[in-house]
Design a protein. Sequence first.
Length: 177
Amino acid sequence: MAGTEGARGKAKGPTSMDEIDDSVLEEGSYYLSKLDLDVDAIAERFEIPPASVQRHKTRYEEKLKSGEVVAADDDLAFWRNVKQEAEGNVKVTFVTDKGFHHAWRSDLEKLDGPSLLAIFESCKRFLNLDPNARFLEYAPPKNYDPLAMQREISKAVTVINSILENKWKSEKKQPPK
């Protein structure tokens, strides 16, 4: 991604886990504004004052004009994904008999009950076949997680179960035809 190495790649200088690099705030303020978020909404998400968001956005626009950074579709897509995840539309990895798949929660919510149930059952089967699944109860080790895929599938089971419960609740409220 052109122009983003400093923003999401290598951190510039020492920072703690709670600090966000200025270049990330600049890029985020710019692209989130392109995704129709106003300054106040961006400030709330970044937990900084609105004046800081405006300053970061202006600084990024100046960098674009000077050619110091280049706007890229990949960057916009990255911030669109960040926005969706922040709004609760998580991306999940699930398994079916055809392999592994990725989808947004909102896309899964569009599926009918039987299709969701089939995905749910495939994921449960996958987890039940893995003898190491019992270790999913524990926090992942630092730096490397040999059960990363299983954790993703387990997250998908939770998300799909929630969607199914909501579908069943809404169907119970509707009068029979």
